[in-house]
Design a protein around this ligand. Structure first.
Ligand code: PEP
Ligand code: MG
Length: 842
């Protein structure tokens, strides 16, 4: 890329110019970050000195970088040591990934607050990409915001060389960052400067994100924080020494004084034999590494005229639509089909199309415009911190690449995977997995993704083990290396010994034998050895799943997640349509089985297109579940009316989600009674609530007289009790429903319900874990509503248990300290029971 002849940088604010050498901060005055200028501001709005894309804006709002279409990067930093203000006094007006015009307002700041609370207001504008410049004004004196100050010359840019062919990448051990504000501008500059001293290609990694270690802006864009674990990788002749020097620098704080954290690792390159991530799909496999990498596509920036480029984009979009339809038609699971359907919708998104069209109007090629649009939108999605939106970013990247290939006429490489493959990728996209011969694939291991990612969904649908969130060195494994993927533990063993492989194979055989036994006995009642019956029902979201549940021995439906029935609509289903869906499910169950229909649980992580909502800062603590429905009572009335149409077809129950207040229950009951009366029904269906907010569990004694039943949603109950987002990738191992606090709330709920003669179910994921079965029985739970494929296993676990023993183990674990201790106690109990039971031999 070349810098255009006369790129001018405008003054980002008004004020007095000051020579960089006189800035009382060596990191700026030494020009280690880059050359540029300093202004003592007299205005309070920082504006863009050039047009481009916001390549980084610090969450604290005190620094922002712009990268133009030619790779020129300019950093603006307001004040000295302002990172310590943690955002106070700054208002960000732009988002990362957003395109801005020269002169556009970027950040507003409170001059008085900063002057009082930070070292200085001096504001820097630095050309961090290294282009030399000439001054257009005298180097001191007053300047006006928007006035041209510098003229950049081409040549001499600092660019990272791609040294991918120079050998295998080496990785440092993980280093925990001790810098109070992570690698913000100052330590990032010191680190980048040190990295530039090596010829190797060097990257800094945090989980699946990586940055060119020689680029200050790229490091800042990682937005690292105190306590983040990072790694350095290097390829090239001096890689070993680069890694040693740079990881020592990270440990030492990159020029900032830090207290070294207790778990900071030694800095030599590592030869780890076990890589750890999170389990995305259970199971294990021994196989051969097959690396899957996305092709790098080159696009030229400028087009052959707007008309030609528009036609090319339109054609590529329609061809991609057709390809996606074909993939949907041939999908090997519902989950896969749904993902491609979502991709088709992205291709019709007017926002994306408008943005691409406007770039084409500016003279860009179709490929450039499409790529810039999808990439910028993906960055925006990722920066919002929601796992759901991060997943949409991955979808966008996938569909973006698909259309780009069509524009460029690049054929998809057909992946010929050898037998016994363990696929390794940074991010395994739905498109990549669609073309695979899954009979040859034994498992997936990826750097990106999490337990709720598409890889996880696809792996579970295909019954393959998968681990996500692995460190990046997994990408450096050589094809054909033998590895053992132990997804249950979230591990990839790089050097598995024979004993481990044999153990794995023996475990697998045992599991298969057990599974066959459970299936063969699925129709038997779930009665403990001492004759206590517990109902095992299913969590479903469709008629199809209901039918499957019955065939696997499900004794009813304990949770119909009604919001999933019409997830893909942008208009509400009609009354007839809703009523016919519910009655089809009720009819499949018949008059002797329970059907528990949960009313719409929209909000939180589940947006519903036909119920538009304002965006919320904390959606999980916002207008979710019953709160939303009571705010829009007609929605709830319509749903009640449709559900009541199934009265008599099954043992009908209605359940309200997210109930926190008694008034919510009373109001909903009133609406239900009114709707039933209008239909001339004399008998109401049973009405119950989910216990998923600690408030409801703690006041279960007051709720119990007014409900017919409780069902405990342990997924949300855990999230709200432990104050841990249920989808947070870094809290996944801690947000554990086995935590004694959650178990105590279950015990409280059961006690209150039984005192009033009401039954209690558990429908959260804890009910589907066979390790928890004896515990839940012991706590007195009456019904377990579980994920459909696990019905036979949970029923078998009940039949192996003895209620008296279960009560003893439940009493014991309620007094333990942590989820790990509870799990360990249950494992010991399980081992003892399985040893003495002859279940498999019978
Ligand atoms: C729960 O929260 O445990 C539950 C079953 O509801 P959902 O997972 O649908 O929020
Ligand atoms: Mg819930």
């Amino acid at each position: 890329m070349a810098t255009p002849q006369h790129l001018q940088l405008l003054a980002p604010l008004s004020g007095v110019l000051m020579p960089l050498d006189q800035v009382p901060d060596p990191v700026f005055s030494s020009r280690v970050i880059g050359d540029g200028l300093c202004i003592d501001p007299t205005t309070k709005t920082l504006c863009a000195p050039l047009a481009g894309v916001i390549s980084n804006v610090q969450t604290s709002g005190h620094a922002v970088s712009i990268t133009d279409d030619h790779g020129v990067q300019v950093l603006m930093h307001i004040g000295l040591d302002t990172v310590n203000l943690a955002g106070k006094g700054f208002t960000r007006l732009v988002e990362e990934g957003q395109r801005v015009e020269a002169g556009q307002a970027l950040i507003e700041f409170d001059v008085d607050y900063i002057a009082l609370n930070a070292r200085s207001l001096l504001t820097l504008m630095l050309v961090v990409s290294g282009e030399p410049f000439t001054w257009l004004v005298p180097e001191a004196g007053l300047v006006e915001s928007g006035q041209p100050l510098l003229s950049l010359n081409s040549a001499g840019q600092v660019r990272d060389e791609l040294l991918a062919d120079q050998g295998e990448a080496l990785f440092s051990k993980p280093v925990t960052l001790a810098n109070p504000n992570g690698l913000h501008a100052r330590p990032a500059a010191v680190f980048a400067q040190a990295a530039k001293g090596f010829s190797a290609s060097i990257h800094l990694h945090r989980q699946q994100d990586s940055a060119n270690a020689k680029s200050l802006v790229a490091i800042m864009a990682l937005q690292t924080a105190h306590g983040d674990r990072v790694q350095v990788s290097a390829v090239g002749p001096d890689a070993q020494v680069a890694i040693k020097t740079l990881s020592e620098l990270l440990v030492a704080g990159c020029g900032e004084s830090v207290t070294v954290l207790a778990d900071v690792q030694p800095t030599e390159t590592c030869a780890q034999t076990v890589l750890r991530g999170v389990c995305a799909s259970a199971g294990s496999a021994f196989g051969l590494v097959v690396q899957i990498a996305e092709q790098t596509l080159h696009v030229s920036e400028f087009g052959k005229g707007a008309q030609v480029e528009r036609e090319q984009l339109a054609q590529a979009l329609s061809e991609s639509q057709r390809d996606l339809q074909q993939l949907r038609d041939n999908a090997n699971s519902d989950a896969q089909g749904e993902i491609f359907k979502a991709h088709q919708e992205l291709l019709e998104d007017p926002g994306l199309l408008d943005q691409a069209q406007s770039l084409i109007s500016e003279g860009k090629s179709a490929g450039f415009a499409w790529r810039a649009t999808t990439e910028a939108t993906a960055v925006q999605f990722k920066s919002l911190g929601s796992p759901l939106l991060a997943e949409r970013a991955a979808d966008l990247a996938d569909v973006g690449q698909r259309v780009l290939k069509r524009i460029l006429g690049v054929q998809d490489q057909v992946m010929d995977v050898p037998e016994g493959a363990i696929l390794i990728a940074e991010q395994l996209t739905p498109s990549q997995t669609a073309g695979l011969d899954t009979r040859k694939v034994l498992g997936f291991a990826t750097v990106g993704g999490g337990a709720t990612s598409h890889v996880a969904i696809l792996a579970r649908a295909a019954g393959l083990p998968a681990v996500c969130g692995l460190p990046v060195q997994v990408l450096a494994l050589v094809n054909g290396t033998q590895v053992l993927l132990d997804a249950d533990k979230g591990e990839l063993h790089l050097d598995p010994d024979l004993a481990a492989i044999e153990q794995l194979q023996a475990d697998r055989q045992q599991q298969q034998k057990r599974h066959q036994h459970e299936l063969a006995h699925a129709a038997l009642a779930a009665c403990t050895r001492d004759g206590h019956h517990i109902e095992v029902t299913a969590n479903v979201a469709s008629l199809n799943e209901t039918e499957q549940a019955i065939s696997l021995g499900g004794e009813g439906v304990g949770l119909l997640r009604s919001e999933f029935l019409y997830l893909d609509r942008n208009h509400a289903p009609s009354h007839d349509e809703q009523a016919s869906t519910y009655s089809a499910i009720a009819r499949a169950l018949g008059p002797t089985r329970n059907l528990v229909v949960r009313t719409l649980d929209v909000g939180g992580d589940k947006p519903l297109a036909y119920v538009p909502m304002e965006s919320e800062t904390n959606p999980f603590l916002g207008m979710r579940g019953i709160r939303l429905c009571l705010e829009r009572p007609q929605l709830l009335r319509d749903q009640f009316k449709a559900i009541l149409g199934s009265a008599g077809l099954a043992r009908l129950h209605i359940m309200l989600p997210m109930v926190t207040q008694l008034s919510e229950l009373r109001l909903a009951r009133q609406l239900l009674e009114e709707e039933a009366q209008a239909l001339g029904l004399t008998e109401l269906p049973k009405l119950g609530i989910m216990i998923e907010v600690p408030a409801a569990a703690l006041m279960a004694d007051l709720f119990a007289p007014e409900v017919d039943f409780f069902s405990i949603g342990t997924n949300d109950l855990t999230q709200y009790t432990l104050a841990m987002d249920r989808d947070h990738p870094r809290l996944a191992s801690q947000a554990d429903s086995f935590h004694p606090s959650v178990l105590r709330l279950i015990a409280t709920t059961v006690k209150a319900a039984h005192a009033h003669g009401k039954w209690v179910g558990v429908c959260g994921a804890l009910a589907s874990e066979t390790l928890a079965t004896p515990l839940l029985l012991g706590l007195g739970v009456d019904e377990l509503s579980v994920s459909v494929p696990l019905i036979p296993a949970v029923k078998a676990a009940v039949r192996e248990a003895n209620l008296t023993d279960c009560q003893a183990i439940a009493r014991q674990v309620l007094g333990l300290e942590s989820a790990e201790q509870v799990r360990e106690a249950l494992r010991l109990y399980h081992a003892a029971v399985v040893d003495t039971s002859l279940v498999l031999e019978n």
